[in-house]
Design a protein. Structure first.
Length: 386
């Protein structure tokens, strides 16, 4: 770690009023980069260089001044991070009188630098995560670049995931109103939310989240056989974590669940749409909600051909109902006869009860009930027309 002049001076300015002694911090080249005596800044400290070379404490008594030109009596201790000497901290005064003070200053300095080092690693990791998220959610899937970044993050791309989008603007606005309008307030608020997520059992090492301004985007992995109820339950738990039991007016959108990383950009678009079109009284909105799904297919250009939720629903019907119950012709006949079950049965040359039985099977498997819901009827028309 490189000790910057800004950080060194910050440490000196905060510790000196407590110990009432001059403090110097020297970098790995033996140059004073932080000091209570501004005239000594950017000057070479021979005693510090000896500490760096030997890793041992250098004590300068009044009678040693000739050996250390420009130095003052005091103690110089190595600053050690991760078993490496990264600099030196010195306290001016007679060594016998400032020994305990210097030990304390060294300990506090190392703690501050250790925290700063962790923050640097966190910021670097955060930047990498943001870059990765942008790559994954882009319309054009760049496989090689995404694979390389995923390896750096130790992120398994092959796990099935969905994209969740949470608008945290209400939380940030509350903080700004309470503490004043400042970029630092917004940053600290996001940082607090990030810590909640980092230490929560709701996310693990194979989940990933980033903040894009007031938008929190999460790549959440689930078991391959997970269902929509699990998605909703997890989403509600996340909102409670971020906003408390009342969820502070937060809202979440959930996109489609997919095992293909190249499809995550589609899940992201679905999640954004779901979030912006959630039903009144609901905090978690999913593309698997039929009302939201129909609206998405109608409003979003090309969605009929790209929507993952629609494809999953269609594949389910075709695999389990179409051949056995002639579901395509059954539903189309119902729609062509203005949702009149008796007329549709006549058109199909089947008994009315047979048609009702088929529709019950459709409802049992998928939840679709085209004879009782206009949106369900519209969704069925889309399902069996493409």
């Amino acid at each position: 770690m490189i000790i910057t002049a800004e950080l060194a001076q910050h440490i000196v300015d905060n510790i000196m009023p407590l110990v009432q002694q001059n403090i110097n911090i020297m970098d790995s080249a033996g140059v004073i980069v932080g000091s209570g005596q501004k005239s000594r800044l950017n000057t070479y400290h021979q005693g510090a260089m000896e500490v760096i070379r030997s890793g041992q404490v250098v004590e300068i008594f009044p009678e040693d001044m000739e050996r250390y030109p420009g130095a003052l009596p005091g103690l110089n201790w190595p600053i050690v991070l991760g078993s490496q000497v990264v600099g030196v901290v010195g306290v001016s005064g007679h060594p016998d009188k400032v020994r305990n003070t210097t030990k304390l200053v060294k300990m506090v300095t190392e703690l501050i630098l250790e925290r700063e080092n962790l923050m640097e690693e966190f910021r670097a990791n955060l930047q990498l995560r943001e870059q990765f998220m942008q790559q994954v959610l882009a319309d054009r899937y760049q496989g090689n670049a995404i694979t390389k970044t995923a390896k750096l993050l130790r992120f398994n791309l092959n796990l099935p995931r969905l994209v969740a989008v949470v608008s945290v603007g209400v939380i940030i606005q509350d903080a700004l109103q309470q503490y004043g309008v400042h970029d630092l307030v917004a940053f600290r608020t996001r940082e607090t939310l990030a810590q909640l997520l980092e230490y929560s059992p709701l996310l693990d090492s194979q989940d990933l989240f980033v903040f894009f301004e007031d938008e929190l985007v999460i790549l959440k992995q689930f078991p391959a056989d997970a269902g929509e109820s699990e998605f909703y339950q997890w989403g509600s738990a996340i909102l409670s974590l971020l906003g408390g039991p009342q969820q502070q007016g937060l809202r979440m959108g959930l996109g489609s669940f997919t095992g293909l990383p190249a499809d995550l950009h589609e899940s992201y678009k679905e999640a954004i749409f779901a979030q912006n079109n959630k039903m009144a009284g609901t905090a978690v909105a999913s593309i698997y909600d039929f009302d939201i799904l129909v609206a998405y297919l109608i409003k979003e250009p090309g969605a009929i051909h790209s929507c993952l939720a629609l494809k999953k629903l269609k594949d389910l019907i075709l695999a389990q109902l179409d051949r056995k119950y002639d579901m395509r012709n059954t539903v189309n006949a119902l729609l062509d006869n203005n949702l009149n079950v008796s007329s549709a049965a006549k058109a199909l040359f089947v008994h009315r009860n047979t048609l009702v039985f088929r529709l019950e099977k459709l409802k049992e498997l998928t939840g679709l009930c085209p004879s009782q819901s206009l949106n369900h009827a519209m969704l069925c028309r889309i399902l069996f027309s493409y």
